[in-house]
Design a protein around this ligand. Structure first.
Ligand code: GLU
Length: 476
């Protein structure tokens, strides 16, 4: 198909997939899905010292977790090194690039001196003046050279789909290096060579790459290639409005997964960091997100990461998850806590679902499920001494709770209404507040002074356990 949108996400595997990278990947993916285009994953692993296979695996896992499926790749940028070098050679042949023998240290020293004087520094093009004979001779002599791009005169102008018109004076751009003296291609060369090779139509990436774009445009032009659309998405700032970093706590996608955030919620949350549908809607299922997404909706201003908002999204999504899906998500957490039983998916399925339903309204993360479910699963009551002290101190309370146990035993049906009426009726008879009876019952049942609604909790414990705990209260 001609004119098909082709976008790529091109992470460097020098770290885990972080929030900003994930958001960029999401925008690329959404744009591809929206336009019926192709989403390509390219791992930019040319910095061999800082890249690792472990990080690549981690990035792929995080993308899979987020549901960002790619249509082509993952390609390794390092596999294209020969092509990158050949691209540079083409540029030398066409007069758009030249070999430079100036020692890197000498240039670096001049650069530092200029920085100390607070003046701009640009490589002075000494080697541009070398004739072809001399270049050949010096190379034949084994002298090391880099390949530099010969930046043409004049302004570089482009229209960024997010930022708008950008113009950079060519004079401010140095003849940048394309291939290092150790024959290693640089980022600019590799990225442009790959984007041309992969027929990328839209480069959607972080705003930290805006300043790289003029150089890359010059390369496209020198290579006679069609320019892609550039769309630079705003940065993500921490709550203190500085660039999001480790100082702000967890930044990797993986760490959010470990904290019990569910991928649907994280994706919805990420989508709204730097993009807006143009109205107040916040909750989007995947289909809606794809339908509403547009490059025009991407904001120019930086997005701020708000952990409370993420917790809110997670809570919303947890409420809506079908039981099966929620069980699939919480099962590993129950297993980690040593609380999983296979019967939760067979004979005790209905019971397990009713317990999850009780816990859902307060569950901001998946980790809270095993924590809150513990009391329903283990046999003993784990008494919080402070709760016992607070609600069980009065000697009459144990007697009253035993009386409640007997009344509940006599009930024909252990239903919400019947239990509630029994508690209220007994409290009136005893001349005490229902609240006192209820907080005592809560401690007798759960060991804690805080729990979900008492009667709902009793129903999840079931008639037998509820009655036996009221009749035989520990600890003595
Ligand atoms: N590998 C670059 C990065 O991780 C991205 C390059 C690009 O998108 O052009 O920042």
């Amino acid at each position: 198909m001609t004119n098909q949108v082709r976008v790529r996400f091109a992470p460097s595997p020098t770290g885990y997939l972080h929030v900003g990278g994930a958001r960029t990947a999401l925008f690329d993916w959404l744009y591809a899905r929206k336009t019926g285009g192709v989403f390509i994953l390219r791992i930019e692993d040319t910095d061999t010292e800082r890249s690792s296979d472990e990080m690549t695996t981690g990035i792929l896992e995080s993308m899979t977790w987020l549901g960002l499926t790619w249509d082509e790749g993952p390609f390794l940028q390092s596999d294209g090194v020969d092509r990158h070098r050949a691209t540079a050679e083409r540029l030398v042949e066409s007069g758009h690039a030249y070999r430079c023998f100036c020692p890197a240290e000498a240039i670096e020293q001049k650069r530092q001196e200029a920085a100390a004087r607070k003046t701009d520094f640009k490589y002075d093009r000494t080697c541009l003046r070398l004739g072809p004979e001399e270049v050949r001779g010096r190379l034949a002599n084994g002298e090391k050279a880099v390949i530099r791009f010969k930046v043409p005169q004049g302004a570089v102008t482009f229209k960024d789909a997010v930022i708008g018109d950008i113009t950079i004076a060519g004079e401010t751009i140095e003849d940048f290096v394309l291939v290092r003296s150790n024959t290693q291609p640089t980022y600019h060369l590799s990225v442009v060579s790959d984007d041309i090779e992969m027929r990328i139509t839209h480069v959607i990436r972080g705003a930290d790459h805006v300043n790289n774009t003029p150089k890359q445009i010059l390369l496209y032009q020198a290579l006679g290639a069609t320019l892609p659309v550039f769309a630079h998405v705003p940065l993500i700032l921490g709550p203190d409005k500085t660039r999001m970093s480790k100082r702000h706590g967890a930044t990797s996608v993986q760490s959010y997964a470990e904290q019990g955030i569910i991928p649907e919620a994280f994706r919805n949350f990420l989508a709204l960091m730097g993009w807006s549908p143009g109205n107040d809607q916040e909750l989007f299922d995947t289909e809606e997100l794809i339908r509403c997404f547009s490059l025009e909706g991407i904001s120019r201003t930086n997005a701020v990461f708000n952990p409370e908002k993420l917790a809110w999204f997670n809570l919303q999504y947890i409420q809506k998850l079908p039981d099966e899906k929620l069980i699939a998500y919480v099962k590993p957490e129950f297993e980690k806590a040593g609380l999983w039983k296979d019967e939760f998916q067979t004979e005790k399925y209905a019971w397990f679902c009713s317990m999850l339903a009780l816990l859902r309204p307060r569950a901001k993360t998946l980790l809270e499920f095993p924590r809150q479910a513990r009391m329903f699963i283990i046999d003993a009551v784990e008494f919080d001494p402070a709760a016992v002290e607070k609600s069980m101190n009065d000697p009459s309370i144990r007697r009253n709770l035993a009386a409640l146990g007997q009344r509940l035993e006599a009930l024909p049906d252990f239903t919400h209404d019947a239990v509630e009426a029994t508690i209220r009726g007994l409290a009136t008879e005893l001349g005490i507040k229902p609240g006192a009876l209820m907080s005592g019952a809560r401690v007798a049942l759960t060991g804690q002074s805080v729990s979900p609604g008492l009667i709902e909790t009793m129903l999840v414990f079931g008639r037998e356990k509820t009655i036996s705990r009221l009749l035989h209260i520990g600890p003595q």
